[in-house]
Design a binder for this molecule. Structure first.
Ligand code: S3P
Length: 431
């Protein structure tokens, strides 16, 4: 789909954010692992969490909508049935990596496949520790999907210092750890999103300034009964759009503000963005807030590399913010961007170049010479089927004088199916 986006004279309105993708995946998986029925409100209808649901259904889990609640009848740790067909994870790295932990732990003979993007992404990071734990798992060339999981059981608890700050990896190991009599201890130096430990209620200890998270067979898997908050990663697109647009006021309802997810908020505030947060009463284990953003004059920032895991998904749109700040901004230590749905450093290089921005790509980041408030070139942007690149292109297009096009714009539905409608809703007049 080719999406035309007109530059707009004013951005204004209130949006209900789409449900959080990371929490939706986990709600469904953990509910399936629990014994008993869970009911989850506001479950995501985006493609990635729906891939997780279809995998769970193939494993014999009964999942149904009951009004606005998603009902999941948990089968317990040993209740999955071996699927007759491949488990299709679609475009979703979270589905493939977290399900690998569960299936290798439970010893469910299965094959996980994905689309062409997911089949190019390395799975070695989960294959290695899962094998070390005694899981039977292998991939094409030892690294890529399809992943084949065997029926052997016998998870050994390990102590695992995370070699990469990745919540997907942390979660895969902890989930397999739920099947071991001896505890698995994951040690995290740079904290990544903590939804897994939070929603499973896993014990977290301080170990010389590092976080140690433990899981084992002894740990009961709780039912998952809460409302999924709005996705902060979706909010980030509007926070940037509102901050860089010269005439904007946007209200975002029900945004998840888990501290391990909102580094982009702090970065934007450090850049001078006018953002107001009002924390609300939460109907679950995750904090939520109403957020308002208004037009701001941004100044350049040098991103602290230790914040990167807490804004990894927001980096593409933060690069857009940097292009609209006064001065030279810098992102380093972000090589992980190359292992996402696309190589996001290269994809953002093409996007920024098409808009006429000034920047220099580095091996592990980017330097952007911001031009302050300005109208970028109108362009035809290529999303490379990456939802976050498509949406970042949408945001930059709103600032231009005229109509831009985003190619393969339907990819937004991976995390935010209503993105283009919401963009339209906020655009009050053509410039
Ligand atoms: C996710 C973790 C992140 C993020 C992804 C969702 C999760 O990946 O990029 O969109 O739900 O755990 P990594 O943990 O591999 O960085």
């Amino acid at each position: 789909m080719r999406q035309t986006v007109h530059g707009t004279g004013r951005l204004e309105g209130r949006l209900e954010l789409p449900p959080d993708k990371s929490i939706s995946h986990r709600a469904a998986m953990f509910a399936a692992l629990a014994e008993g029925t869970s009911r989850v409100q506001n479950f995501s209808d985006a493609d990635d969490p729906q891939s997780t649901l279809s995998c769970l259904k193939q494993l014999g889990v009964n999942i149904q909508m009951e009004g606005d609640l998603l009902r999941i009848d948990g089968v317990g740790r040993n209740g999955f049935t071996a699927p007759e067909r491949d488990l299709d994870c679609g475009n979703s790295g979270t589905t493939m990596r977290l399900m690998s932990g569960i299936l290798a732990g439970a010893g469910v003979a299965s094959r996980l496949v994905g689309d062409s993007s997911l089949s190019r992404r390395t799975m070695r990071r989960v294959i290695e520790p899962l094998r070390e734990m005694g899981g039977e798992i292998d991939g094409r060339d030892g690294e890529f999907a399809p992943l084949v999981i065997g029926s052997g059981r016998g998870i050994r608890g390990i102590r695992y210092p995370l070699p990469i700050a990745s919540a997907q990896l942390k979660s895969a190991v902890l989930l397999a750890g739920l099947f071991g009599e001896k505890p698995t201890e994951v040690v995290e130096t740079v904290p990544s999103r903590d939804h897994t430990e939070r929603l499973l209620g896993l014990p977290v200890e301080d170990m010389d300034g590092k976080r140690m998270i433990r899981s084992s067979l002894e740990h009961p898997v709780p039912l998952q009964q809460y409302r999924v908050p709005g996705d902060f990663s979706a909010a980030a697109f509007w926070l940037v759009a509102g901050a860089v647009h010269p005439d904007a006021e946007i209200h975002l309802s029900g945004a998840g503000i888990n501290p391990t997810r909102i580094a982009a908020l702090h970065v934007l505030q450090e850049m001078g963005a006018d953002i107001e947060i009002r924390e609300m009463e939460s109907k679950g284990p995750e904090p939520v807030a109403e957020i308002t953003v208004r037009s701001s004059s941004l100044k350049a920032v040098r991103l602290d590399p230790s914040l990167i895991p807490n804004c990894i998904d927001e980096l593409p749109v933060l690069m857009v913010a940097m292009a609209f700040a006064e001065g030279r901004s810098e992102i380093t230590g972000a090589a992980e961007l190359r292992y996402k749905e696309t190589d996001r450093l290269t994809a953002m290089e093409s996007l920024l170049a098409a808009a006429g921005e000034r920047f220099e790509q580095r091996d592990d980041g980017i330097v952007i010479q911001g031009r302050g408030t300005h109208q970028p070139d109108i362009a035809e942007f290529e999303s490379e089927h990456d939802h976050r690149i498509a949406m970042a292109a949408g945001v930059i297009s709103l600032m231009a004088d005229g109509a831009s096009v985003v190619r393969n714009a339907e990819s937004a539905s991976i995390s935010y199916p209503q993105f283009w409608e919401d963009l339209q809703k906020l655009s009050k007049s053509s410039s």
